[in-house]
Write a protein that binds this ligand. Sequence first.
Ligand code: KIV
Ligand code: ZN
Length: 521
Amino acid sequence: MSDNKVLIFDTTLRDGEQSPGATMTHDEKLEIASMLDDMGVDIIEAGFPIASEGDFAAVSEIAKNSVNSRICGLARANFADIDRCWEAVKHAKQNRIHTFIGTSPLHRAIPNLTQDEMADKIHQTVTHARNLCDNVQWSPMDATRTEWDYLCRVIEIAIKAGATTINIPDTVGYTAPAESADLIKRLIETVPGADEVTFATHCHNDLGMATANSLAAVAGGARQIECTINGLGERAGNTALEEVVMALKTRHDIMPWTTGIDTTKIMAISRRVSTVSGFLVQPNKAIVGKNAFAHESGIHQDGMLKNRENFEIMRPEDVGLSGTSLPLGKHSGRAALRDKLEQLGFEVGDNQLKDIFVRFKELADRKKEVFDDDVVALVRADSGEDEDDRLQLVSMKVVCGTGGPAESTIEMEVDGKDMSATAEGDGPVDATFKAIRQIHPNTARLQLYQVSAVTEGTDAQATVSVRLEEDGVIATGQSANTDTVVASAKAYIHALNRLLVRRDKVGEGADAKEVSYKDLA
Ligand code: KIV
Ligand code: ZN
């Protein structure tokens, strides 16, 4: 590997997916993995195989389907985790076991191990992993808050036991750029055998410094960046893949490192991850936010017309945004829609195209111009409904005014049976959710209800995300419609359907409670 190449290790499907509410279905995980592979991600951390039957099945299948990427699974520092991980990743042409243990004083206290006992455990588990797989990554979790001498000692043990990559996690997003660079540099200079392995950086964004810390770590000698699409991840998230990759590309003059990422695939995967995780991208998010390439103020527009470089440091095409794009209208046909979907990076099969086209026609009848963002929302809505769903919205009528509560009448099909209910509520959405609950009684708690307008204007579509939690199981639903209340009802029903699917799986013998990688017992 050239000294200037930085490996991109994507953990959207592990650290990202582990974030509460970001749960993806099996098929969604396979689809995201295939997109990551296709865009040139070097290593895909596909999941945590011992956590659940579902995680194991997803990692195994991703491993079987992998083309160019190395497939990695996560394992805590015990033989059972490592064996399970190997069983899943062994199917890949290139595989990796990633094993870790918390080494900081706070994290050592969780399993209540002395420094010596932990050192011994690291030696045994890394040796065991290396006996199974010739590519082993080891992480001292909370490395940035681990005592310097102890950190050097355990890294040396891991290297001697056969680790090929040493990852330095900033688990709680505590470090800062100068410190991040210095830590990696000093470790490489100090630890015997460090020059034989790859050093990786894994940053969390609690102080908003994950991208800067990761790039600084590369300056210090790290040659693998761990990141997620859209910065998905627990709390403030992980380092965003699109940010580090575009920073390295755009400022190659001062950061002379390259990645193997095809940056034109960034927007498509960003949209897809947002859709399947239910985590909307903030409009002003670097690189992939809706406004990242929008130049709205008069001065900016004038400057842009004179010379794009006045205000644009990256070309929209470089991240996969089509340049100027004409809206579709009610006379646009199926071929034009397919063309637009391809431009936006969506590959849809004939059946999905048929469904999206029906919705497109309905939308175009209500709205004069159907913009790119409307089309993205249509795809989003399409992935939110399925004719096999047990709960289907048939019709709804809402009455609201200034004088009293709103009233909503809902007709649904539940397992093929027609049912209806009317409820009053504090506003139309509250009344609608209450009516749905009368039809399908449940104890799911509403964790998130989020509405955003897709485009401008009063005829804009609204995208609604709903996150529900019931008995520790979390499910997200989404929908888009020019009527916010209809979109809300559909998003709520979508989330309920996903909860039902997960509950059915538990009934079939799958794990009711998943293991968290932070359960260190
Ligand atoms: O943040 C962290 O420390 C992790 C480890 C499991 C590498 O995600
Ligand atoms: Zn992490």
